[in-house]
Design a binder for this molecule. Structure first.
Ligand SMILES: [Mg+2]
Length: 179
């Protein structure tokens, strides 16, 4: 595992302004449920979603970049206040380019969370490469940080807290709930 030493990781985490999430296997556990009509359903984690909302409160935007297409993803994005949603992007670098047109950030200000080899081109280019505990080996070996929790079941919340803590935003957010 190419996990960075803590200081280098901390420096990378501090710069992040935008986190791009793959959907299947990151925001979900990767399973897709079909009903009798052939419509797809996915299962999202409420605590993961709250992590995305807390990042927004801390000034860190989220985006979704997925190769598949599903209305479920649009509903989830709307629910979480995510404006940048790119579906059907089998070429994920093209998706990254679209996002950069909308948000002209430096690559070092962008983190990407992916779980499969299709995500490697983007993971290699952005400033911070993040993944989930149950990602494929090829991704885990190349990530700057691997969450201890699996996709769709806590990894996103864990990564959100990691970034907010590195940017010294977490205590403020927590104090809001302890007041
Ligand atoms: Mg995936």
């Amino acid at each position: 595992m190419s996990v960075l030493d803590e200081n280098k990781l901390h420096e990378k985490l501090k710069k992040i302004k935008l986190v791009i999430f793959d959907c299947d296997g990151v925001l979900t556990d990767g399973r897709i449920i079909y009903n009798d009509e052939g419509q797809e359903t996915k299962v999202f984690d409420v605590r993961d979603g709250h992590g995305i909302k807390l990042m927004a409160r801390g000034g860190i935007e989220s985006a979704i970049l997925t190769a598949r297409e599903s209305k479920t993803v649009d509903h989830r994005a709307a629910n979480l206040g995510i404006e940048l949603v790119y579906q059907g992007m089998k070429d994920k670098l093209a998706g990254l380019a679209e996002i950069l047109k909308k948000r002209p950030l430096k690559l070092e200000e962008i983190a990407y969370v992916g779980d499969d080899i299709i995500d490697l081109p983007v993971l290699k280019r952005v400033g911070l490469a993040l993944t989930v505990a149950d990602a494929v080996d090829e991704v885990r070996e190349r990530a700057d940080y691997v969450a201890s929790k699996p996709g769709g079941r806590g990894a996103v919340r864990e990564l959100a807290e990691l970034i907010l803590k590195a940017q010294s935003r977490w205590d403020d957010i927590l104090s809001h709930y302890l007041a």
